[in-house]
Design a protein around this ligand. Structure first.
Ligand code: CDP
Length: 235
């Protein structure tokens, strides 16, 4: 039987989760689910509706009423808000500024976590975020917690922003990601936290290919163990 496992990748802002998760999923023929993109689309919906982000009830209502979905198109994961492709609108400084607040609301998380679990039901997924190994998929067969030094994370994020035509100084970016990490770690609901059984991978001095290869290796190890485990009826 060919097993397909669930892989949870968590970690702080700009630690390389999305790139690693996307390439790993491609290599394994698994589905890639970027939960950050879902919180980003939810934040966009709230900003578009002109809702005060401190008004928790209104924010939760808005997220419930808007349809957020992820779809692979031409090999690229796209994010949709009510059927409209918003992938190019969700990685902006405006969204980064308020996203931690919006994603701290229990009602917002409830809506999105339900969808995330539904998408992972069949297995064969690589899901990245902050609470995947701890809350969304606590039974994931492989859990990875990616870390990298703040300076290196800011350098990587600067390159990504430049590709979108957004110019920010390294200092501004460092401040933004450190602040978001603090808010994400301190919240009560699903804080950014390493699952006890997660393997930590420091990517500060690794290339993208190296980090994907390491996690691919861990996946193969787990698949091998699962294949060797005798089925209940064989014992
Ligand atoms: O790419 P980057 O690491 O900057 O962020 P992201 O993964 O796109 O996530 C953006 C924000 O969404 C985070 O700072 C969290 O506030 C929130 N988020 C969350 O609360 N839970 C998740 N599973 C994923 C993201």
């Amino acid at each position: 039987m060919s097993e397909k496992i669930r892989i949870a990748i968590d970690g702080p802002a700009a630690s390389g989760k999305s790139t690693t998760a996307r390439l790993l999923a491609q290599k394994l023929g698994y589905l890639y689910i970027d939960t950050g993109a879902m919180y980003r689309a939810a934040t966009l919906a709230v900003l578009k509706a002109g809702i005060n982000v401190d008004d928790e009830a209104a924010v939760v209502r808005c997220v419930r009423e808007n349809k957020i979905s992820l779809k692979i198109s031409d090999g690229i994961l796209k994010t949709f808000l009510n059927g409209e492709d918003v992938s190019h609108l969700i990685r902006t400084p405006q969204i980064n500024k308020v996203i931690s607040k919006i994603s701290s609301y229990k009602g917002v998380r409830k809506v999105l976590i339900e969808q995330q679990r539904e998408m992972a039901k069949q297995g064969g997924v690589v899901m990245d975020g902050r609470d995947i190994g701890t809350v969304v998929l606590p039974d994931a067969e492989l859990k990875v917690f990616l870390v990298a030094g703040l300076k290196e994370r800011a350098r990587r994020r600067k390159l990504e922003l430049e590709l979108q035509g957004i110019e920010l100084s390294i200092e501004e970016i460092e401040k933004e990601i450190a602040n978001r990490d603090r808010l994400d770690s301190e919240r009560d609901e699903s804080p950014l936290q390493k699952a006890e059984d997660a393997r930590v991978l420091d990517t500060t001095n690794l290339t993208v290919d190296e980090q994907v290869d390491i996690i691919y290796g861990w996946t193969q190890e787990i698949l091998k163990t699962l294949r060797e485990k005798p089925a209940a009826g064989d014992r």
